[in-house]
Structures are given as C-alpha cells and as structure tokens.
Design a protein around this ligand. Structure first.
Ligand SMILES: [Zn+2]
Length: 485
C-alpha cells in the first residue's frame, strides 16, 4: 500500500506549470479576414475622474473562483467582504477571458483589453517558425503601470508582478515592494507591507528599509495563496489536501485570513483619514477547476484520473483519416507527419490544422467532437476571435474538457491525476470569478447581475485615476457617481 501511495504521489507531481524566460513576440499575418470584436471604449472624457486627491487600491487575489466565495458565505465566513457589498458593487456574473491563465489575464486586466490587444495567450503554435511558443510576461498593450509612471501619479505595488518591470525598488514615486528577505511571501506578509505603507511606517523590502511618507494614489497588492491551495500543490507553508472537500476547505481557510487582512487595510485608510477618498477594486485572474479523481486512492478506478488526449487523437483520426494529431510541448516543433498540432497547459486543448480549414469544415468537426462525453465545449477559430482571442495564436479549434476530465500527461498519458486543480479552461469553475468594487464615487448597487468581463476592471481603474488606456477594448462600467460641480 505504501508503495502505491508513493507512486500516486510521484505521478501527481508530474505536471508543474513553470514560467520560462521572456521570448520575443513574433507577429502573425491576419489570414482569414475574420473580424475582431469591436468594442468602442468610452470616448466621453467627462467620465474620467478629474480630482488629484483621490486614491485607488487594486487587490488581485490569484485564483479566486466565485464558488469559493459562495462556499465561504454559506459557512458564515468572509465577514469583511460580505459587508463591503453595501458600500459598492458585487459582480455576480463576472467572467475571465481565454486562456484563463495567470500571466495573460493579469496583463489583460491592467490593459483593459483582451489578448487581441495584449498578444499574450501563454502558449501557442507559431506557424511561421513551426514551433510551440511559450510566453511569459509579454504585453503589447499599454498598462495602468505604464500610464501612472508616465503621468507621475505616485504608485506602490506590493508584489503585483506585471508592474515590476516599470517600477523601481527604491523610487518612492513608483515603488515595487516585496516582503523582507527571509520572510515567507504569503498574503499575510504582503498585506502587512501594504498596511504599514498606508500608515506611513517603515518597511523592509528585500533588505532595503523604506518609509513611504505619503499614501500613494495607486496601491496594488497581489497574493497567490488561493491559487496555490486551489492547485493543491504544496506552496508556502501550506500542506496539500487528499480530497476535493479538503482542497476547498484549505482555500476557504486562507480566504478567511485574507478577509481579516482586508479589514486591517481598510482600517489603516480610515485611520489615515482618506478612506472616504479611496476607490477599491478587488478581483482575480481566473477561478479553479477540480480535475482528476476526487480522492487520492480513487485514482486507480476513476474515469477522470487519466488524460483524454489519446482519446482525442483517436477521435480526430476517426473524423478524418488525414488528421494526424500530435500534442506538442513548449519550445518544440511537431513532426513532419503531423497535420494537427495540439497545444495545452493541461485542460483546454488548442488545435491548429496545418492545412487551412474553412469555418464550415471547423463547425462540422466541432459537431462531431461535442458527441464525446469528455468534451464540454468546442470553439472554432471565428468563435475564439470574436471572444477577443489573439488571432496570432493560430487557434482553429479550442477543445474544453467537461467535468473533471483533462489533457495533462503530454509525455505520459497513462499517468494518474487526483485531487488537483487547474484553470486553463472555459469550465464555469474557472470562468466565473470573484470581483467587487467599492468606496469613493462608487454607486451602492450591491448585487450586480449583468454579465461583466474582468478586463472592464482595468478600464474602471484607469477612469478613477483620470485617464483612458490606449488599447482598451473592454466595455466601460457604469458604476461611478458623476462628480458634483
Ligand atoms: Zn493565476
């Protein structure tokens, strides 16, 4: 039995999402004449805040699926977040965008735009180099950080990494703060840094002592505890769960700690006398989809434990015998016999057909694929482009697994997976995310049920800071109270 457990444990460690160094962005040729979604950003400059004595706080809690919040509320937890609904807008139908992966979505939010503008989708097959490209923090669009630095609006970020390259470790007007050297960089450490900054006390960032005398007009905080616990791979000082129930409980417990820290942060703004002038934005990049067997020992018998990519390969072959599928890992090229390139981070599978197929042909394949139990959604090239997906990613079909099925195990499809979470999927557990905006000039709408894209949060933050983002294509949120003249 011990040996079996060891094997299962080893297998569960197989897939680790890693970041790779930045790679140059290779532009693609628009080839199919399909229209990108046209969203005209609000041209009315009267919506922009004109004051220079207001404050904006952006908290991003990586991997904060909406269902976590609903579970927490059911258990009577997250008292702070629950109470904040009456001070602003709780988005009950907030969605992330393809590809629902950290770096691309974090970039999209701070640019107020989909990947058609940011040109980062994490991983894609590049036809011109015949290679699967792995992206890191690339963003072709203007960001909130670019603009506040350019306009000299004082900004401090505690570990919101997309700002790191334009901020400084020592410049008080554009400061990037980390935890003190040697301290575990969990949410407690990060919020404590932010709280000290708001109170005007001294902090130690890395090994540098810094005192920020004035509260920055733009403060951002990024924490990835919920994401780490949701993936159920050990991180920080947290353990891993052996059942789905335990996985969710771990997340809810961390959320409860963060909820207390949000209260402390709010209290610091109140003590400083500027809470009434501060607009708060709290959201995330994606949710988290449980996949694989529901329990560790269930791995041997569960229909969800093994990868479905061999089944997808066989299905494609059955649809058309000329379809030779190959699941190609990052930084690799498909073999010359391959006609269908598969690219995945473990859940949804992007297909690129080497021979161009028409939309009608893609629709026919889609219809066939949807007959498979393990496939939940299929989107064609035109459909993903209309959802804002970057056409340079060359996606012909996006295959989204249903239920707890997955496409992990690129090199070892017989590996077993259990009690894991991943979020590169259109599945509602990843797509439906938490988001709330409250405070200065925010209408007290409470529950807000209209479908909203998380990229609209970036547009709204820019509006509260008094500018438009150049490449934004997300709709403006009508949530601010016009200023009395
Ligand atoms: Zn993330």
């Amino acid at each position: 039995m011990k040996k079996l457990l060891l094997i299962i444990t080893l297998m569960m460690g197989i897939f680790i999402t890693g970041c790779v160094d930045d790679e140059p962005y290779i532009p693609s040729n628009p080839d199919d004449g399909e229209d990108d979604p046209i969203v005209v950003p609000d041209p009315d400059p009267t919506h922009l805040f004109t004051e220079t004595d207001n404050y904006v706080v952006y908290i991003n809690l990586d991997g904060f699926a909406r269902y976590y919040y609903d579970f927490a509320v059911e258990k009577g937890k997250t008292q702070t977040l629950r109470s904040l609904k009456s001070e602003g807008v709780l988005f009950n139908n907030l969605n992330t965008l393809f590809p629902s992966i950290t770096n691309p979505v974090q970039a999209m939010i701070i640019s107020g735009a989909s990947s058609s503008q940011t040109h980062n989708v994490y991983r894609y097959y590049d036809k011109s180099t015949n290679k699967v490209v792995q992206q890191a923090r690339e963003n072709a669009a203007e960001t909130l950080y670019d603009v506040v630095v350019e306009k000299k609006i004082p900004v401090v970020s505690v570990r919101h990494f997309p700002g790191e390259s334009v901020l400084s470790k020592t410049d008080l007007n554009k400061l990037y703060v980390t935890e003190k050297t040697g301290v575990v960089a969990d949410a407690i450490a990060r919020f404590d840094q932010a709280i000290k900054i708001v109170k005007g006390g001294q902090i130690t960032s890395g090994s540098t002592n810094i005192t920020v005398a004035n509260v920055p007009r733009f403060l951002t905080i990024y924490c990835d505890d919920l994401d780490a616990l949701g993936h159920n791979q050990s991180a920080y000082n947290y353990g891993t769960a052996s059942s789905e129930q335990a996985r969710i409980e771990n997340v809810i417990n961390a959320l409860e700690i963060i909820d207390g820290k949000i209260k402390e942060l709010i209290d610091a703004y109140k003590e400083r006398g500027i809470y009434e002038k501060t607009t708060f934005f709290l959201t995330t990049d994606h949710g988290m989809t449980p996949f694989g067997a529901e329990t560790l020992l269930g791995g041997l018998t569960s229909k969800y434990s093994r990868s479905k990519w061999p089944a997808l390969r066989d299905k494609l072959k059955a649809i058309d015998s000329s379809f030779v599928f190959e699941y190609v890992p990052q930084n690799s090229s498909p073999s010359s016999k391959t006609t269908v390139v598969g690219v995945s981070a473990g859940l949804q599978m992007q297909l690129t057909f080497k021979k161009s197929l028409t939309e009608k042909e893609l629709q026919a394949i889609k219809e066939e694929l949807l007959k498979e139990e393990y496939i939940g959604y299929v989107f064609t090239r035109n459909e993903v482009i209309r959802k804002g997906y970057w056409r340079g990613a060359n996606v012909d079909l996006m295959i989204v697994p249903s239920e707890r099925y997955h496409f992990h195990g690129q090199s070892n499809p017989s590996g077993m997976y259990a009690v894991r979470g991943q979020h590169d999927t259109y599945h509602e557990t990843s797509r439906e995310i938490y988001g709330i905006i409250w405070g200065y000039r925010v209408k007290k709408l409470g529950d807000y049920d209209e479908e909203t894209m998380v990229t609209s949060f970036g547009v709204a933050m820019a509006e509260a800071l008094g500018f438009n983002l150049k490449h934004a294509n997300a709709p403006r949120l009508d949530i601010f109270i016009p200023k009395e003249n």
